[in-house]
Write a protein that binds this ligand. Structure first.
Ligand code: GRF
Length: 207
C-alpha cells in the first residue's frame, strides 16, 4: 500500500528530507502529497519544492481560533488526498477535532526517549538532567503533549562532556533513520494500534 502522506512542518525540515529521499530512492513505498507549514519561511518548504512536492502555508495567526486553523488544515490535507499525517518538527498543538479527523493516522517524531522529556527543548532537558542515555521516539499522536502510543525508539549513549550541539546532531541522524523505518513498517501493515487495556492505555504491536 503506497502511503499517502501529509507532512506538517514549522522549520528546518531535515526529517522531511529523510522521508523525501527514501521515497525518491524507492526504499519507502510512500508519496508525500503535501507539505504544510504554519511558517512561510520554513526551510522545509524549500526542500519540498526542490523535490517537486506540493506545499501550502497556513499562518495560524491569520485564524480566529485554534479550532478554525485546524479545521482548515484538515480540509487542505483531505483535498490533497492525504491519508497519514507526519508531524516533523511541527510546533503547534493539535485540537481533538484534528486528531479525530485522522484518527490513529498521525505520527510524531520526538527527540527523547518518551515518556521522559516531553515538550520543547527535549535534548537540553535530558542533558541538564544528567542522563547517560538518550534517544528518540516515533509515536502516535493523542490529545496530550508527546503522550501517544509509542511505535518505536532508538537510544544513544551520551559521551562524557559531550555538548548539546553534538548530541542534537547525532540524535537527528538517528531520528531520520527511525522515522523512515517506522513509515516503512506502517506502509507494509506491520504497525497495529491495539484497543485500550484495562488501565486505559493503548499500545502498539509492531513487527
Ligand atoms: C526534530 O528534532 C524532531 O524530533 C522535533 O523537531 C525537530 C525537527 O527537526 N519534533 P527537522 O525540522 O526535521 O530538521
Amino acid at each position: 500500500m503506497t502511503l499517502k502522506l501529509g507532512v506538517l512542518v514549522s522549520g528546518r525540515g531535515s526529517n522531511l528530507q529523510a522521508v523525501l529521499d527514501a521515497c525518491e530512492a524507492g526504499s519507502l513505498d510512500a508519496q508525500v502529497r503535501l507539505v504544510l507549514s504554519n511558517k512561510s519561511d520554513a526551510q522545509a518548504l524549500d526542500r519540498a519544492e526542490a523535490a517537486g512536492v506540493p506545499t501550502r502555508v497556513l499562518d495560524h495567526r491569520a485564524f480566529p481560533s485554534r479550532e478554525a486553523f485546524d479545521e482548515e488544515m484538515l480540509q487542505v490535507l483531505r483535498s490533497a488526498g492525504v491519508e497519514w499525517v507526519v508531524l516533523a518538527g511541527f510546533m503547534r498543538l493539535l485540537t481533538p477535532q484534528f486528531i479525530e479527523g485522522f484518527r490513529d493516522r498521525i505520527v510524531n517524531v520526538h527527540p527523547s526517549l518518551l515518556p521522559a522529556f516531553p515538550g520543547v527543548r527535549a535534548q537540553a532537558q535530558a542533558l541538564e538532567y544528567g542522563v547517560r542515555v538518550t534517544g528518540c521516539t516515533v509515536h502516535f499522536v493523542d490529545q496530550g503533549t508527546d503522550t501517544g502510543p509509542i511505535i518505536d525508539q532508538r537510544a544513544i549513549t551520551i559521551d562524557a562532556g559531550e555538548s548539546l550541539e553534538t548530541i542534537e546532531h547525532r540524535l537527528l541522524q538517528v531520528e531520520h533513520t527511525l522515522l523512515v523505518d517506522v513509515l516503512r513498517r506502517i506502509a507494509s501493515g506491520r504497525v497495529l494500534l491495539e484497543p485500550a487495556s484495562s488501565e486505559g492505555r493503548r499500545k502498539v504491536r509492531c513487527s
